[in-house]
Design a protein. Sequence first.
Length: 225
Amino acid sequence: MNFLLILFLCFTSLPGFSQEADVDEIVNEVEFDRLKQVETAKKIEEMNEKALNRVPNISEKLKKLGHESFDAVAMMDERVVRLAKEMIQNSPLYMMSEDEVKNFILERSRGSYLEHFLVERPKVLNCMVELLRDKRVLSSAIGMLLRKTDLKIYAGIWIGLMILSWLFKQIFFDKKWPKPRLFMLGIVVNLTFTSISLTTFYHMFYDELSPGASIIVKHWRRRNL
C-alpha cells in the first residue's frame, strides 16, 4: 500500500518536480505512522505476555471449570466470572498510555465502519480510551453476573413492564385513530417504559455501573460545552 501511494505521488509530481519536497514529507509521515503502529503492536504483545504470566494457563483453568471459552453459557458459572474478573484486572491496557490505547482501538477496528465512526468522532474515541484504561469499569460491570438473584428479579420487572406497556396500548389506544397517530403514540409509550426499565436496572446495579456511567457522563458534558 505504501508503495502504491509513493508511486501515485511520483506520477502526480512529474510536471516540473515542484512538489518533490512535499512528496518526501508525506512519505516520511506514512513511514513514521507505520513504524508507530509496529511499535504499538510489539508493546501490546509484550503486555499480553506479562499479563499471562500474572494469570497463567487461563485456558487450562477454564477447561478445569468445564468450559472451552468465555461464552454466554460459561459466564453463567460464578467461577468463570471470577476468572474473567482476574483476567480483566491484569489487562495490558492499564499499563499503556492514552495514545497507545487509541492506536490499539483503531488498529483492531481497521477497515470497519467503527474505525470511520471513531475517526470522525474523536471525543467518543477518548471516552472509549478512558473506559478501557479504568480498572473499575469492566471489572465492576462483569460483577453483575455474580448477582444472579437480582438479575432474576430484574428479569421479572422487565417482563412486567412489557406486559404493562401492551395493556396500556390495548386500554387507552383506539384502533380507529389514524395510523400515524397510533404509530407516534406507540413510540412514546415504548420509550417511556424502556426508560423506566433502564432506570430501574441502573439503580439496582448502581455499584457495578456507576464507574462507567460517570466517565460517559463526563465526556458527554465535555462534548456539549
